[in-house]
Design a protein around this ligand. Structure first.
Ligand SMILES: C[S@@+](CC[C@H](N)C(=O)[O-])C[C@H]1O[C@@H](n2cnc3c(N)ncnc32)[C@H](O)[C@@H]1O
Length: 248
């Protein structure tokens, strides 16, 4: 991550979000401009109306959106959708929602889905939300409605003065825990050792979560994500953490 980018972004969006009901905070993402390529735009025009939504104030009717009732898994920060599409293919019985702020990443996710549609195994169980995952959880997702939340390689914001931008802090753990069904699973992976330690400590301190010990209601297999591929190349160690919501 480029410090100059971070600093510019900080000036742009460090204003507390006064509409936020839970806590004033800075966002965990950089404001990145990104134009779509022509093919990405064409795929976007074809698939977004059916598969995509922008973050909004209304609670989602997830079953209606997918056209079926099934366990719901939310992936936060889905990037270009490598993991989302691969997991949806591996778990056809799950309704998978990918949340991301970066539009070109979402367009690539739609392209990945579209490439499967005229094959023998079309991927039909992914929906896409564009916006801040914290807002999505707060406004659009009902308490006790998610079987899984996956956060793979959240931005580590390595400098101490940027730690306040990290997504996985106590209020987000508490929000995620509230939105999980009893027995639901939060699955996190990071390649950043110090962030991993902070995540583990904060997750363990959340009263509604406990490190998962028994069976999981959803797969704990994790495809190699695009970001993880780069982490492997530079020899980083990957930390993986899984909690279950109490009360199953
Ligand atoms: C380091 S990338 C990892 C992407 C992907 N999970 C992977 O492993 O390849 C982190 C992603 O999280 C997204 N992100 C950060 N904060 C977010 C938020 N609050 N809501 C939605 N997406 C967010 C960023 O835009 C970025 O694409």
């Amino acid at each position: 991550m480029n410090d100059a980018d971070q600093d510019t972004t900080e000036m742009l969006d460090e204003q507390p979000n006064r509409g936020n009901r839970l806590y004033p905070r800075v966002t965990s993402f950089r404001s990145r401009r990104g134009a779509l390529t022509e093919p990405q735009q064409q795929t976007w025009d074809r698939l977004w109306p059916q598969l995509g939504r922008d973050v909004g104030d209304d609670q989602l009717d997830i079953d209606a959106w997918f056209g079926r009732s099934a366990p719901v898994v939310l992936e936060i920060g889905s990037g270009t959708g490598t993991a989302a599409v691969s997991m949806a293919r591996a778990e056809p019985g799950v309704n998978l929602i990918a949340v991301e702020v970066y539009r070109p990443g979402l367009a690539q996710t739609l392209q990945r889905i579209e490439r499967t549609l005229d094959t023998d195994s079309p991927v039909t169980n992914v929906r896409i939300l564009r916006g801040d995952a914290v807002e999505v959880l707060e406004k659009m997702v009902a308490p006790g409605s998610l079987t899984g939340v996956r956060v793979f390689f959240p931005d580590p914001w390595p400098k101490a003065r940027h730690h306040k931008r990290r997504l996985l802090q106590a209020p987000t753990f508490s929000l995620i825990a509230d939105r999980l069904v009893p027995g639901g699973v939060l699955h996190v992976a990071t390649d950043h050792a110090e962030y991993a330690e902070a995540i583990r400590e904060t997750g363990d301190a959340e009263p509604l979560l406990k490190p998962l010990s028994g069976e999981s209601p959803i797969s704990l297999e994790r495809p190699v994500t695009k970001f993880e591929g780069k982490a492997h190349q530079v020899g980083s160690t990957i930390s993986e953490m899984v909690w279950g919501k109490i009360g199953a």
